[in-house]
Ligand binder design. Sequence first.
Ligand SMILES: [Zn+2]
Length: 455
Amino acid sequence: MQIKPLFFALLTFFTLHLKAQTPHLKGKVEIIMSTGQITADFTLSNLPNLGKDYQILLNKGFNIKAIKDSTQQSLKYTGYYNGKMRGEGIVYIPQDKNDVLVNPRHLNISYTGAFPIYNGDYNFTDFKGLIAFNGQTLRAAEQSKWYPIIYDVKNDQLIEQVTFDITVSCKEASQIFVNGDMPKPGPIAQFTSTVAIAPLLFVGNYPIQKTNNALFLNTNMNSGQLAIFEANISEIKQYFNKVLGIPYTTKNVFIEHTAIEKFNKGRIWGFASYPTIALAGSNLGETIDEVNKKFKDSTDYPFYAHEIAHYYFGNVLQPNSTLFWFLLESTAEYLSIKASETKFGQSYSSNYYKNAVSNLKEFKVVPLNKVTEINQINGTYRYSYGPLLLRGLEQTVGEKKTFAFLKQCLHTKGQATNYDFLKEQALKSGIDQKEWDNFEKTFVESENVTSLIKY
Ligand SMILES: [Zn+2]
């Protein structure tokens, strides 16, 4: 069986939709493909008013030249010595004398750093947070913190999504792509987005293919393969629109890239930075069965459905708080099961639940209503066990009310996505108190629901 480790795919925090401002990133970045060097000079403006409760995160591989204020005065900052890490980044905090500089609305940050080039050799791992050079391309997602990211301390939120006006130059690149804008020919191009988005970078020498609803970077598909690929993606989007009542109209960008970790044949890894879906380990054209007009491997369909579902749970709703992982991953996985069940029939979900139940028999969880810290919902909980809880809700109130509940969640904004949120949305969506209490008692409060799952 093909293993698709979604576990590593989205070790990221989608940002809360802040009622406050969205940061604007303006400036330039220069990339040298042959040495792996990245040099940037960015101005962050329109920063939300976070008082002293903010940090600036930047990938640990960079050295800061200077942090300046709006008058071009060089600021003092902590983190240059004995700095703390937050994920992939070192924490920098601008100082005013010996205290945190309050509410800088405008900051200029210049920095440089070089990253290893993996050309025929490998690291032990690859994941969304690495800055990956392979001699032909550079891949840097928002999670890598290749641009300065503001961390909102009080709300425990990374503000990764920004509006931007960025000039990217790379002498050795024939194509440059910044998520949120269209790919443009190198060696230098300007990219802008007036909507807040995660500016993933994909730069280098690669072909571009287009269909009506998607762009494919670094793929080599024939027209038949492209059409079948597009038809499958479009079918998934239509299904989600039907059950969730929100259309997904944005063009997807599919990036085929080479992981910097050795992948055994058959292993595919993907991650999403809406609306981009990046894939490693597979030649996309070869995954298509042109005769039967489908993916050769039937696990590809649920794989894409999961990534596409992140438009809804990850983008339309940007979870935070204690149930962050449940509302990000368990929902996306459950929606993927439903889309695939519609595509392949009841036998798909029967098999899915049968396998999940047998794999999770010994697994014990902290019940959702007792989760106090987001990482209590670990990888297995969020990707494998959480969907069983949603299946439990479906068993309790039916499919229709389960979708109504998910829909209701998507119509909220800026709320803390904790257990109270879950319950409140359930009751608002038409699930009555008795039904919820029943679900809570039977499924939520059980440390292991596998014996209750029907398949
Ligand atoms: Zn996911």
